[in-house]
Design a protein around this ligand. Structure first.
Ligand SMILES: [Zn+2]
Length: 93
């Protein structure tokens, strides 16, 4: 069940409400002042984790595995451009 957050326009208080189903009410009674002048705000708990935060949560072993795999590729050689370079006097016009 999603948790929706509401901000009160009168007292600026925030009220969280666990909603059954997915139809969030447009406004609820403010927990602080009991006013009804609330509107739903986007709550962080309503979002799935971003790809970036999921990658940061990965086991550090995955980093080492990725580094090891990358080190064995041709692109890992810092001199790869020099090796494929042709000396100026050998280059055709
Ligand atoms: Zn209020």
């Amino acid at each position: 069940m999603p948790i929706y957050e509401y901000r009160c326009e009168d007292c600026k208080g925030k009220t969280a409400k666990l909603v059954k189903g997915f139809d969030a009410p447009e406004s609820i009674a403010c927990r602080e002042c009991r006013g009804e002048n609330t509107h739903r705000i986007i709550s962080s708990v309503a979002f799935h984790k971003s790809l970036n935060s999921r990658l940061q949560d990965l086991d550090p072993r995955y980093d080492r595995m990725a580094d090891a795999a990358a080190a064995s590729t041709a692109e890992s050689d810092p001199n790869r451009f020099l090796k494929s370079a042709i000396p100026l006097d050998a280059a055709e016009d």
